[in-house]
Write a protein that binds this ligand. Structure first.
Ligand code: NCD
Length: 357
């Protein structure tokens, strides 16, 4: 594998292999202390980040490598109008691997199509966030001892929460997974992610009541309402406190339930829950560094100097309807689409997966 854009770029065997490498790193970090000596990661973040960026950087240092970083996308040449394609091409001349976070959906796919070194999608708008999913998977495995037969509740902003989109896509592939989707009507899971769940015939329950769902769950994945993705501030204000997990509510959760959250939290988990042994979100943030070490190792081992083309074809006259899609913003990009298939009977934008008529 040359770049990680979508969690589906990894097979289940590869996910398992990454989890096992991360566990081995946790067990004996000294074994890996020189594994990436002489290698550099570039962290290019055009949106705010604490955990993702610092865990990538800490991961590279702990592998013996070093870090190139622009402190903020706002001071890079992108602010002068440089395209994502050019930025990726240039940075790949200086670094051995790139971690990119960008507000446009499909931005990482564009970067990977121009970069001769592996690109890791560290979040592309409201689309995907595969390395958070790797973190979530490692956490689920360490906390529950298995990926199978788990009832997973996803609560909050399922529409814009990119970590939810990647996690649902990954967990759909494990036997016995069941999802309980807990959100206000307006923040339900996008159609393309529902299609992914249906493809694997995963049982799904949809509700707006956390209280009703809580007693059934093996894992509760809380999320923040994604203020920055709302066009309508009033809608954000109305929805922002839809769910608040408190110790009173936790009384109804199973004794071995685990609460995950990609963080940052705003108001959706009371700090009074933090000392509950079932609260796994700080342990989860620690796991982010281990799994990113495993991922950097794998990608550097497999790097072949080739770019990763965006998997689509031009269709004259078609345009992606998603205004946050990179193909509608970067002037030099031509629309690329995936034809409908037996498994998915709609045509989709190859950059952001939105259905296209
Ligand atoms: C998440 C993100 O950036 O999507 N944070 C993270 O990477 N840990 C979740 C969020 O911002 O709500």
């Amino acid at each position: 594998m040359s770049s990680l854009i979508d969690i589906l770029d990894l097979s289940t065997a590869e996910l398992d292999e990454l989890v096992h490498t991360a566990l081995d790193i946790a067990h004996d970090p000294s074994k890996y202390a020189d594994a990436c000596r002489g290698k550099k990661i570039a962290t290019l973040f055009f949106e705010p980040s604490t955990r993702t960026r610092l865990s990538f950087e800490a991961a590279m240092y702990e592998l013996g490598g070093s870090v190139l970083s622009v402190p903020s996308g706002a001071i890079s040449s992108t602010s002068k109008g440089e395209s994502i394609s050019d930025t990726a091409r240039i940075v790949s001349l200086y670094a051995d691997i790139i971690a990119l976070r960008h507000p446009l959906e499909g931005a990482a796919a564009v970067a990977a199509s121009k970069s001769a070194v592996p690109v890791i999608n560290a979040g592309d708008g409201g689309h995907f966030h595969p390395t958070q999913t790797l973190t979530d998977l490692l956490t689920i495995y360490r906390e529950k001892g298995t990926f199978e037969n788990l009832t997973i509740g996803l609560c909050g902003d399922l529409k814009y929460g990119r970590t939810v989109h990647s996690l649902v896509t990954a967990m759909s592939r494990y036997a016995g997974t069941r999802f309980v989707l807990i959100s206000p009507e307006e923040l339900r899971l996008p159609e393309q992610i529902m299609t992914e769940i249906e493809r694997y015939h995963v049982p799904v329950e949809t509700t707006s009541s956390l209280d009703e769902a809580l007693p059934k769950l093996d894992v509760l994945y809380m999320t923040r309402i994604q203020r920055e993705r709302f066009d309508d501030v009033a809608a954000y204000e109305r929805l922002k406190d839809s769910y608040i997990l408190t110790p009173e509510k936790m009384q109804f959760a199973k004794p071995d339930c685990r609460v995950l959250h990609p963080l940052p939290r705003v108001n959706e988990i009371s700090t009074l829950v933090d000392d509950d042994p079932r609260a796994a979100y700080f342990r989860q943030a620690g796991n982010g560094k281990l799994i990113r070490m495993a991922l950097i190792l794998k990608l550097l081992c497999e790097a072949d100097g080739k770019t990763k083309p965006v998997p689509g074809v031009p269709m004259p006259g078609k345009r992606c309807p998603n205004l946050r899609c990179v193909s509608n913003v970067e002037p030099e990009l031509q629309g690329l689409f995936r034809e409908s298939t037996e498994k998915d009977d709609v045509c989709r934008c190859a950059f952001c997966d939105t259905a296209v008529k």
